[in-house]
Design a protein around this ligand. Structure first.
Ligand code: PEP
Ligand code: MN
Length: 252
């Protein structure tokens, strides 16, 4: 089976100590791209990330030779990240993602425009919360219409919001058949997100193992925190680095 990409790191960056643990662990465990979210949209107001104050930490990760992944909501944030990180590490691999809640088509195109022409920059399109293949594909088309090559666009399935939460133990319900169809129809890489699908550590582990067996899956994005129970966001679903290590041989 082909080797699968692994993107790992905390749900959100909380400060320099967490960033530096993430960099060290990613290097030790040979994770090519770290999650380093600076902006954190929340269902209800709360900790919303450390914002642009965290940009030097992204630069540290890029200087350590790691790819850097984070969610952006606006073309201005995308531009700021590219200016600051590529300004210091010109060929850094940067993975900007459009989160499930960010469904503004005009902004999606403008984010595509910002990233266009930078070969080492990719934009990942997470599916929207509601179950609609056409909408998800449309989001990718909007990003591509900004001028990105198909190598620069990656899709990510993070499941769909359950209509009735009592129907499933999972936080979001995956539609793997849809994800496979979208991959086939768009020809874009497909990453699965067992963390936001499972929503609880034991489910994240089971899903990651299951997803690792699927031929058509190009990789996974997994939330990892050195002290999950004290994480400021998504404490219930983040693995420890050791837990990730146990899965790694099987899933990547
Ligand atoms: C995330 O990946 O950090 C995230 C918030 O996920 P989603 O947009 O899929 O809810
Ligand atoms: Mn999260």
């Amino acid at each position: 089976m082909k080797e699968k990409l692994l993107i790992a790191g905390p749900c959100s960056l909380e400060g320099p100590e967490l960033a530096h643990t993430t960099i060290t662990k990613a290097q030790e465990q040979q994770i090519p791209i770290v999650r380093m979210n600076l902006w954190k949209p929340r269902t209800k107001p709360g900790f919303e990330g450390i914002g642009e104050a965290g940009i030097p930490l992204l630069i540290d990760a890029a200087q350590a030779g790691l790819g850097v992944g984070l969610e952006i909501m606006t073309p201005e944030q995308a531009q700021l990240i590219l200016d600051e990180v590529l300004g210091v590490v010109p060929h850094a691999h940067i993975l900007l993602w459009i989160g499930s809640r960010n469904q503004n088509h005009i902004l999606q195109r403008d984010i595509g425009r910002v990233a266009a022409g930078n070969d080492t920059v990719q934009v990942m399109v997470k599916n929207q919360p509601w179950r609609d293949q056409n909408h998800w594909e449309g989001a990718a088309e909007h990003v591509i219409s900004g001028g990105l090559s198909s190598e620069q666009v990656v899709m990510c399935h993070r499941g769909f919001t359950p209509w009735d939460k009592s129907d499933s133990p999972m936080r979001n319900i995956p539609d793997l058949e849809m994800a496979e169809r979208v991959r086939e129809r768009t020809g874009l890489q497909m990453i699965l997100d067992p963390s936001h699908i499972g929503g609880a550590v034991h489910l994240v582990k089971e899903l990651a193992l299951e997803f690792g067996q699927l031929d058509w899956v190009d990789g996974q994005i997994i939330e990892v925190h050195p002290d999950p129970k004290n994480a400021l966001t998504d404490a219930q679903q983040q693995l420890t680095w050791d837990e990730l290590k146990e899965l790694q041989g099987t899933i990547s």
